[in-house]
Design a protein around this ligand. Sequence first.
Ligand SMILES: Cc1ncc(C[n+]2csc(CCOP(=O)(O)OP(=O)(O)O)c2C)c(N)n1
Ligand SMILES: [Mg+2]
Length: 328
Amino acid sequence: MAQHKSKTSELGRNTLLEMYRRMLTIRVFEETVFDVYRKGWMPGLAHLSDGQEATAVGVCMTLRTDDTITSTHRGHGHIIAKGGRVEPMMAEVMGKVTGYCRGKGGEMHIADVSLGILGANGIVGGGLGIAAGSAFTAKREGEGRVSVAFFGDGAINQGIWYETANIAVLWKLPLIYVCENNDYTQFTNSKKLISGEGLAARARVMGMKGVEVDGNDVQAVFQAAHELVEAARNGGGPATLICNTFRYGGHHSGEPGTAYRSKEEIESWKKHDPIPFFENQLLAQKIITPQEIESMHDEVDKRLQTSVEMARQDPFPDVSEVTEHVYA
Ligand SMILES: Cc1ncc(C[n+]2csc(CCOP(=O)(O)OP(=O)(O)O)c2C)c(N)n1
Ligand SMILES: [Mg+2]
């Protein structure tokens, strides 16, 4: 991954295309999971992140493989952005033994420690404490690793945010808080829930930088994240990046997401869809051709279809291992 280039204009073609491929992979993964859900091929509900791809990819492309991330209940995009493979992810979604967590985690609890993915998490704010612990370890080990905690605008009101932010500032931990501000906490507009002057101000009051960015512009996210990540890597301590974005679907796959959000609101965000937005930038800069875009779409579609076919044939974990690989 690109660690030392501070602007996307300094990134090579291959890195830019990889950013595009990962965004597209997230979009198609989410659409495929929704389809799998509707067909009754997975247990439970899916928490999808289509619409939010640029935030996940813009941040994760600034990271090294040994940097760590923690994710949320809406975590598929973060995992793909950090290099996770869609085949064991799809198997995990479908509860199969070939899944990242042997089918015992499900869609909300995917982890791959070898890639620094310390886990998605069904507890709102649950990843923040894990990320702070990882940042503490990174600081002690002194190898310049950073820890990124993705969290939602709803999670800023969880006590653990303040507890970890306090100690992270005091101890100058290499911890970057990345808020995916999609304006909603389940079915409530977050403006009704957040006091004071907003999310970035909350970060500043704790004594760290609070930077706000267009979360649907992957190049803007990359640049803002890169600056904060490199400062943290070099001993500058924690910071918070607020990425303004929007989820297209419902809070989960079981609801259409239109009862509490107007169609106009959803449509207006779709006009600033992160994927065509980046696509147009790449086309204008002659980094990609329309033919290459088409073949990348075909390649990603096929890969996702194959991942479903494979997972469908894979077995569920055997009942004899029900108490294995679990903590409780
Ligand atoms: C500790 C805790 N409280 C409540 C819930 C129920 N819950 C699940 S998601 C959610 C809203 C989270 O909103 P936000 O952090 O903005 O994330 P988003 O869903 O928008 O990605 C809530 C209240 C939970 N899972 N954990
Ligand atoms: Mg939210």
